[in-house]
Design a protein around this ligand. Sequence first.
Ligand code: C2O
Ligand code: CU
Ligand code: CU
Length: 504
Amino acid sequence: MRLPKTRRQALKAIGAAAAASFRLGLVTAVSQMLAACGSGGSGDEPAPTPPPVVDGSGTPLAIPPVLAPTSSTGTSDFYNLSIQENDVEILSGKATRIIGFNGITPGPTIRTPAGRNITVSVSNDLPDTTLGGTSGEVTIHLHGGHVPASEDGFPTDVIVPGTSRDYKYPNDQLSSTLWYHDHLMDFTGPHVWFGMAGLYILTDDHEESLGLPSGAYEVPLVIQDRNFDADGNLLYTRDLNGEVGNTLVINGSVKPYLRVATRMYRFRVLNGSNMRAYQLALSSGQPFLVLGMEGGLLPSPVEVSSISLSPGERADIVIDFSAIPLGQSLMLRNLLGSGDTAEILRLDVDRTETDASRVPSVLRPIEKLVEGDAVQTRSFNLAGGMMGMPGMMGGLWTINGNAFDPDRVDADPQLDTLEIWQFFNMSMMDHPVHVHQAMFQILDINGNPPFATHAGWKDTVNVPAMGSARIIVRFTDYAGKYVFHCHVLEHEDHAMMARVDIVP
Ligand code: C2O
Ligand code: CU
Ligand code: CU
């Protein structure tokens, strides 16, 4: 199956059944929007509930395996990943067909010190047409990676089924929690939904020297939501407004729990959902520390009682269980959810341990990018989606009135110069905008400076419905063809993406 060259062909390729649900999607979208308007966001947190007692139910939290290199030299490591369909157990006693890196979802975690060169040989072992009736072509993007354009997984730079290619990652950037996922034009949403995503953790000597909780006390949390049918099959409708699941799946586990000791734990949290946003909080109301977000450590840890994560965003947090009585549990909750989608991870405090880890009050200074140094300001209007909305273009989402065209350059920043990008959201839905190649800093959201947790290096900024955001960014080292886009994957697939050519 060839990559559809136009949006219309893409829609045809999805097939009539999906097209029907596509139309249905508009109806669900309206109710979702009404629901979204009703919830006041971060302002009105529900009263803390008392900690539940350990009840032993649920499934133990799965931890994605760390991928071992197939070979190494003094400066480089080589890894293999195979993309394949596989049956896995997500719901107890049921087989769920997924598309997994090495057959699992999330895929194996790649963990590497910054400064080492990595080659990941990705073999596409999918059939020509894979789950959801989508193309078996893939392109792999390292989200948050500062990599040459040829390695960035441009949406049309595909690996066809039955072939493989090498991605070379220089890892010339700060320690941070990155992730890798498919980025195929028009089909990123279904491909990620069916399983194509994994963590990529960059470490460095400075961060290791801080004494943060590590090893078994450093826990990755990939938060996703999915819909299943009665037999355990994943359901995907290609909802124009973003696919929303009614079941939270954490590291591939449903209703997971983690047994913890009376000490500090570090959680590297990824919102790997297609469209759902989360607001993380502990059921006891106990505060926790945010060490950093997408681009690594903040200058100092920030204490919060909750943190919001849009699709694509990450948060590096530390929770201290030392004051929790043995035998009690805390629930890591989602304040934006209800019922099952309000509960992310149960934390059962089941043993006493001494804690040699620490969270220093100084983590790593950040070079503050200065507005006055910018040589260029670009404006991007985000619009579309629904009938009657400005920028509406046949059921697409647009940037400055345009649907994504891989052959049209939408921005041409000069390498090594500082730019301000302003985003105006002219729609009723949030758009978490993600920029490839470089980490940026947020200047303001709706005119207000970002909260301390969001004031460090970021690669995704949530532009609120009918609101605005400004970022400051400098692209360094690599010229060439990249993209920025909305990280609600169905918005991206319905054309809310722009090509950025970094000019040498
Ligand atoms: Cu996580 Cu361009 O994507
Ligand atoms: Cu990215
Ligand atoms: Cu969007």
